[in-house]
Ligand binder design. Structure first.
Ligand code: KIV
Ligand code: ZN
Length: 519
């Protein structure tokens, strides 16, 4: 068996479908290109039948793909599979991924007997295989499927021509020894198992997704499905950066290799955090802000003598530049370009010219511009397709009366100004947004973080909104917390508009995803 592990990234499908993590079309293309460039073997670019937007994104990603195989998801019915093929067929290496829930709970939803489901699997994999040479079959909720029936589904899929067999732990229920054992037994007991690649797809409900994925590799799986930052429904999916770095660092006990250029990890992690609106927790393994920070005296002393005392990998291995001097208002364009390149951002001339103006504006307000300030600034670019844009904001607040916000907002190019009062500056400003663009979205989360230290630090604000079962998260950064808050709110509304267009008036993609797998 080969020692090579394929990395299958599903940030743009399982990750993007998680509540609040909506990405725009352009953002999806950008992330797909970054995944391709970092050496991801298979990119699951979306779920083409889910909406016109998903179909367009998967098709475009397929057309632009370089080395990666481009995969689309489809339920086990001919209509989904055909739509998926229409989108992925443009790739130099396309893959159709089709699935059905095989556990008793999931079989009950389409109300299929085991025999009916077995027939459906045969028909769908055969149909997919007639369209595409590269077909992945998933027995959803495999880890809660009866052993004999799971074996039967895998056997049928292989006979029908599947080239990859995915064994999902859909609800994050398994544990490492069981995960390894399940794959090992399937490989040992199913005829033709040696002709396909076995894959693992773990969710993190019990915090074991990474451990379960690595254990599955020890059991014989050679594909790991994962997402950047572990983005995904509920507690998320296996984090790409964790499995890849674990394989790299622990070659002594896991002698497997991947194609991933690990020095690109930090950059894509930050980008996915921004476009999904899901901030990375400070103590997240590999990509958290504190993952390489050493604060206690003992640790700092040890690090100065020998960094291996408290670090099992080098920050440079994941693309973290060593600390360097901050920029300031006298820094020129060349210094800015060099610093951005060091941080992994390669801006074109026009982009750099625009960014330089924003940098100068920040440097005028803030004495020292640190790496984290620049990253926050790079990541708060407004998307070209935004419907709502902040034009101007003045706020009066303090003791002795309600806060008052005067806000100018442009809605599809038409500018409106209103004055609203509220219980504090953020409340007044958010009321003003609603006065200009009435909406029933519920504010589910409002979170503020200081990017660096000091009272002139930029604030990063995240806002999550929900409406009719859809949700979207927006984020922004500014030295003025109220400005950052309004930008984040407007950003979340723009994403909700995208989500609305994608799912129709009341539909939720999640519903499309797990129910009605019928043909
Ligand atoms: O979690 C899961 O089972 C899935 C399947 C569609 C592969 O995401
Ligand atoms: Zn999943």
């Amino acid at each position: 068996m080969s020692d090579h592990v394929l990395i299958f990234d599903t940030t743009l499908r399982d990750g993007e479908q998680s509540p609040g993590a909506t990405m725009t079309h352009d953002e999806k293309l950008e992330i797909a290109e970054m995944l391709d460039d970092m050496g991801v073997d298979i990119i699951e670019a979306g779920f083409p039948i889910a909406s016109e937007g998903d179909f367009a994104a998967v098709s475009e990603i397929a057309k632009r793909s370089k080395d990666a195989t481009i995969c689309g998801l489809s339920r086990a019915n001919f209509k989904d599979i055909d739509r998926c093929w229409e989108a992925v067929k443009h790739a130099q290496s396309p893959r159709i991924h089709t699935f059905i829930g095989t556990s008793p709970l999931h079989r009950a939803i389409p109300n299929l007997t085991m025999d009916e489901m077995a027939e459906r699997i045969h028909d769908c994999v055969t149909h997919a295989r007639n369209l595409c040479d590269n077909v992945q079959w998933s027995s959803m909720d495999a880890t809660r499927t009866e052993w004999e029936f799971l074996k039967r589904t895998v056997d049928i899929a292989i006979r029908a021509g599947a080239t990859t067999i995915n064994i999902p732990d859909t609800v994050g229920y398994t544990e490492p020894a069981e995960s390894a054992d399940l794959i090992r037994r399937l490989i040992a007991e199913v005829d033709g198992a040696d002709t396909v690649v076995f894959s693992t797809h773990c969710h993190n409900d019990l915090g074991m997704a990474t451990a379960n994925s690595l254990a599955a590799i020890k059991g014989g799986a050679r594909q790991i499905e994962c997402t950047i930052n572990g983005l995904g429904e509920r507690a998320g999916n296996t984090a790409l950066e964790e499995v890849v770095m674990a394989l790299k660092v622990r070659q002594d006990v896991m002698p497997y290799d991947t194609r991933i250029d690990t020095t690109r990890i930090m950059n894509i992690s930050r980008r996915v955090a921004t476009v999904s609106g899901f901030n990375v927790q400070f103590n997240k393994a590999i990509v958290g802000k504190n993952a390489f920070a050493h604060e206690s005296g003992i640790h700092q002393d040890g690090m100065l003598k020998n960094r291996e005392t408290f670090e099992v990998m080098r920050p440079e291995d994941v693309g973290l530049a060593g600390t360097s001097l901050p920029l300031g208002k006298h820094s020129g364009r060349a210094a800015l370009r060099a610093k951005l390149a060091e941080l992994g951002y390669d801006l074109g001339d026009n982009e750099l010219a625009d960014f330089f103006v924003r940098f100068k504006d920040l440097a005028d307000r803030k004495k020292e511009v640190f790496d984290d300030d620049l990253i926050a600034l790079v990541q708060t670019n407004e998307a070209a397709e935004d419907h709502l844009k902040l034009v101007a904001l003045r706020v009066v607040c303090g003791t002795g009366g309600p806060a008052e916000a005067v806000l100018s907002l442009s809605v599809d190019g038409a500018e409106t100004t209103v004055t609203e009062t509220g219980d504090g500056p953020v409340d007044a400003a958010f009321r003003a947004v609603r006065a200009i663009w009435p909406n029933a979205a519920r504010l589910e989360l409002y979170q503020v973080h200081a990017v660096t230290e000091g009272t002139d630090a930029q604030a990063t604000v995240s806002v999550r909104l929900s409406e009719d079962g859809r949700s979207a998260t927006g984020s922004s950064a500014d030295t003025d917390t109220v400005v950052a808050s309004v930008r984040a709110y407007v950003n979340a509304l723009n994403r909700l508009i995208v989500r609305r267009a994608k799912t129709g008036p009341n539909a939720d993609v999640k519903e499309i995803r797990y129910t009605d797998s019928g043909s």
